[in-house]
Design a protein around this ligand. Structure first.
Ligand code: PMP
Length: 373
């Protein structure tokens, strides 16, 4: 044979995820924690590294980590599932509740993996677009789930990339209105300090997603977890890869979770940094800032792509360009960095916009760097 058979038709038109390995001095593009693990935690891990059993398969159910997460959240280990990042758990949910002939409801603009995983699993996506201020169109969602054919709902809370929270009363109405699985994705919980955890007991269809990637400086180790009814978790156990969370990541995540008070200060600093960015951007002429409850801030500015390029090429500051995404015209997202990184970003934006205005004032033709084409 000199050819290979076509893969599943669902893959037609899908583009492989491009993590865009762009280098910059100041990286504020992926909602990571700006600091590495605290030195005392690294020292603790280093001391015990020589005893680590690299030769053994990991514990498939991450027993120790599950127990810690359950205890801290007033749950049983049966209510907890650990995954290779929150990403894997989103995929598992769609393997179990999606698939051909089944439907996911989401509220774009939102986290892109919901739609991507739906496409890969052959799940139909019912999109209920957010309103202009990025709030969920509550009536439209309730009306749509009321038809009874939605199998799973995914709402990021706070939403990525818009940063806003969804009204708790609406989420309760939604849980009352449907037996679909409702994933409330709390990946940024530590920055919003808002959770639907108190509603789990009354709503077996409520699933919460959390991660070690944001507040706990562990993006590189890929550890996420979810909370759900024991029967929901049991279904997910059927579709998950048994050894997806490697032993090293389990060990480090458990250590980090035990030592989580060590992160309180940096989390507070990130929340202050969010205010610094929000106020700083708000002061700039021609910039519209959207209030955020997460560790990033979305803003709108004319010729956003040109600003993105200028920031990268002339200031070595990398942010995320959403300006071509549906519903996010002219929007960029900046992750909160250290106070110094935030200042450098704000100064860079100010400089680009000031130069742009000066040149417009003198009637110069805007240079190519200011335009998308
Ligand atoms: N949910 C949301 C809303 C996110 O923004 C992210 C990270 N980009 C995730 C889940 C997954 O994070 P991770 O796989 O790193 O745990």
């Amino acid at each position: 044979m000199n050819r290979f058979r076509e893969p599943r038709p669902e893959l037609d038109g899908l583009i492989p995820y491009d993590a865009k390995d762009v280098r910059a001095d100041v990286v504020l593009a992926s909602n990571e924690h700006p600091l590495n693990l605290p030195g005392e935690i690294v020292a603790k891990l280093s001391q015990r590294l020589s005893e680590f059993r690299f030769n053994r398969y990991p514990d498939p159910t991450a027993t120790e980590l599950r127990k810690l997460l359950a205890e801290a959240n007033g749950l049983e280990p049966e209510n907890v599932l650990v995954g290779n990042g929150g990403d894997e758990l989103i995929f598992d949910l769609l393997l179990a509740w999606g698939g051909p002939g089944r439907k996911l409801l989401d509220a774009p603009p939102t986290f892109s993996m919901y739609g991507i995983d739906a496409a890969v699993t052959g799940t139909e996506v019912v999109r209920v677009p957010r309103r202009d201020d990025f709030s969920v169109d509550e009536e439209a969602v309730l009306e749509r789930v009321g038809r009874g054919d939605i199998d799973i709902v995914m709402l990021a809370n706070p939403n990525n990339p818009t940063g806003n929270l969804t009204d708790e009363g609406f989420l309760i109405d939604l849980l009352n209105a449907t037996d679909a699985i409702v994933l409330v994705d709390e990946a940024y919980f530590e920055f919003s300090r808002h959770t639907m955890r108190p509603h789990m007991a009354r709503h077996p269809n409520l699933v919460l997603l959390r991660t070690f990637s944001k507040a706990f400086s562990l993006s590189g180790l890929r550890v996420g977890y979810l909370f759900g009814h024991a029967d929901v978790v049991r279904e997910l156990m059927k579709v998950r890869q048994p050894y997806s969370v490697n032993a090293f990541s389990q060990w480090v995540a458990a250590t980090v979770f035990r030592e989580r008070v060590a992160f309180e200060q940096s989390i507070s600093e990130i929340i202050r940094g969010r205010d610094q960015l929000t106020h700083g951007l708000d002061m700039l002429h021609g910039v519209e800032v959207f209030p955020s409850e997460a560790n990033f801030v979305l803003f709108r500015v004319e010729h956003a792509s040109a600003l993105w390029r200028d920031l990268l090429h002339n200031h070595s500051v990398l942010v995320r360009d959403f300006s071509r995404s549906p519903g996010l015209r002219d929007c960029l997202r900046v992750t909160v960095g250290t106070p110094e990184e935030n200042t450098r970003f704000l100064e860079a934006v100010d400089e680009v916009l000031t130069t742009r205005r000066a040149s417009e004032h003198f009637g110069e033709r805007a240079t190519a760097t200011w335009h998308d084409g």
